[in-house]
Write a protein of this length. Sequence first.
Length: 267
Amino acid sequence: MISRSLFFVFVYIPMMLIGIPTQFFATRLGLDWNYMARLFHKTGCVFLGLRVKTIGAPAHGRPTLLLSNHISWTDIIAIGSQADVSFVAKTGVRDTPFVGFMASLQRTLYVDYNRRRDTQRTYKEMAERLASNAAVLLFAEGHRDLGDHVQPFRSALVGAAQAAMREGGAKDVAIQPVTIAYTKLQGLPVSRTERSGISGITKKSFKEMVRDMLTSGVKDVTIAFGTPMPLSENADRKVVTKIAEDEVRRTLVALNRGMRLPEPAAA
């Protein structure tokens, strides 16, 4: 805890004092500059005790919608340290003090699944983002889970990727499955009880969850980037989403069991 406090004071705070204004002006000027965001996330991994390992690589140079499972708030830090992506988050994240501001600096897209008009707005923004050859990551379950299984993926926002092809001029859109797994805590396999703590689901308040993240031990995190799948305008979005869901489910089970996975094929 002392070492993390020192790291926060002498490394994290100075980096934020420089990085936040830089990223703020880059965002306001519409610059597609992700270096500072990646540096922030990499530093955040050190501060939070996340040791990140990757299998495969995020697709780049083409419009890509990444579909991932979701376990903890720290998923964003871990994935953001390895991939230049914008995230799709619930509007509650935008309204959370400081967290919402930092998320907006990374051009996060916000959605309220309970309001159809708001969902349509997110569709349009995502289509525009994909049409500019950007990568957007969606936590497709729609909420956090313990990390021992995968809930059904939502298929609605895959339709936004197809809208980008029809209306935004995006070409060669790809769907890439992404699996995140917390495999070890302090060097030992994670138990079900510890998964509950990592996910933060049992925490009664945001403050309690943050305190737990800052005081917990070192966590080994594996991020598996699957093989990107071409998406056609006329593809059944539910079928495509289910294929990604099944791959993420198989990969999560394998990672939790400590099985060695082959590198996915190149796109």
